[in-house]
Design a protein around this ligand. Sequence first.
Ligand code: ZN
Length: 592
Amino acid sequence: MACSLLLPPLSSRSGREWLLLLALAALLFSPLLLARASESGTAGTGGLAIKVDQVGYPSDGPKVALVDATAKAFVLKRSSDGVVVFHGRLAPAELDSNSGDKVQVADFSSFRQAGKYFIEVPGVGRSWNFEVDKNVYQRAYTLAMLGFYGQRCGTAVDLGPEFPGYSHPACHQHGEFHSSSGAKGERDNLGGWHDAGDYGRYMVNSGVSTGTLLWAWEIFGQKLKNISLHIPETGNGTPDILNEARWNIAWMLKMQDNDGGAWHKQTSEHFSGFVAPQDDKLPSEVIGTGSAPYKSTCATADLAAVGAIAARVYRPFDAKFAEQALEAARKAWAWTEKNPDVTFRNPAGVSTGEYGDANCKDERLWAAAELWRTTGEAPFNEFFLQNYAKFLPSLDAPPLESWNAMAPMALRTYVLAKRKGADAKAVLAIREHALASARAIVERTRTNPYRVSMKAKDYVWGSNGVAASYGMDLLVANALHPDQSFVDASRDNLHYLLGRNTFSLSWVTQLGEHPFQHPHHRPSGSGKQSGPWPGLLSGGPNAGRQDAVLATLPKDLPPAKVYADQLASYASNEIAINWQASLVFLLAGQLQ
Ligand SMILES: [Zn+2]
């Protein structure tokens, strides 16, 4: 979840920042820009009523569009010449209580010919264009990974010829230790990803995000190894997903103190205005707990877990880096044994994202499980076996994995390890919980009128990350026990994110014909580029309404409709590396 969950309330943000924000929002919503946005697609009102995955559908998979109108039939037309290639009947309308929409299914699963198409419904109009192809999501995957590259801190970034002008000079060159860190003086500040819409870097959100990317590599590496992202390291012999993840791991390693503990975050004391990265001149500070031991247990345990994964993942490509990561992970683990319960709260004078977590037992379980998976050493196994059982219920009501809930990844990695010496009873229990849960999600997805796994209560801050996490859980279940229904339901959640939703909106910037335009994201809001930075996933509808934009929406809106494509809506339209990582995982799982 984005750090902004822990933003100070509206009233405590600086007046200057809000003035700036409002001015930028006014600029972004100028009639000129709105007119340009409405011309970007070809479908008009039909595109809003006929909801399709604007990227497309794999040739051999289920293909369903949803029609929010009263009609009886639909046709599929080829985009190039309008020739009808498929006729179908619409299913009876179903009321979706999460959105209030009455939708009809347009099923064209039996159509398999690769190409570019749109759906037309007589009396309603036509949908946005989409593709049918064997490997339809590769560009979406590349774009989502470029989303991470665009978040790199401490270096010049340039997205290349496909996105001219999407570049910035090196940002945030100078760092220092904050008085809460227990250290003094200048501090190497280079590396890592900007966490979300702000320029902070936070160890715990880095933990779940980097861990998720490395898992994507471990489970889907064969499909990912040859995909070039055209980043500076491309061609160095290491697959690009690992090159990109390493950019952040290197920063995480720098956050480790000599005693093994890791500081919680590296941010300015308060959020900058909506300026480009290189124009944020606030001092970037390593921030600690304010009293000994200064480092925090959750951050340190996350470093241990990610370091352990990195040790096994990078070994074939860079044995020295793998060894360095493992050594850091061991030192971090040892620190958490001595300091099992040091929690973090923002020290006085600091108002950036807190990522406070009162309970680090799940992070420690994750660290033990990943260290055991990498090394096979008995003490890590013993710690896991002494502690795992009470976390089993976290697999029953997913998605719970988040920056503050690492037990699901801890439990799953123990089974994914397929390691000799694993406790058979633990493996069986984890498998049973994970698979039963996946079957329940599949059933719910099948009966949901929008064919998404979301429950009413899932429309929280970062709900698009919840949808992506359901997809991820299903794909991990498929890795434990192959089942096509898990893969299909995971893809249904991707369809939801890419346009098959109540807004008919692709929630990934610059992807599809009708993507959202105004992320709460400082580089995009700086006005330096003509549109939002590409490949970024919006937080999505949020019935919690924790910002001023959502608070003014009609009171009786159903939860799935509480969303505003506005820069100022940080509670529904911020981007963040944690749900970005789940999107990458979900896309990686669909590649051929
Ligand atoms: Zn930066």
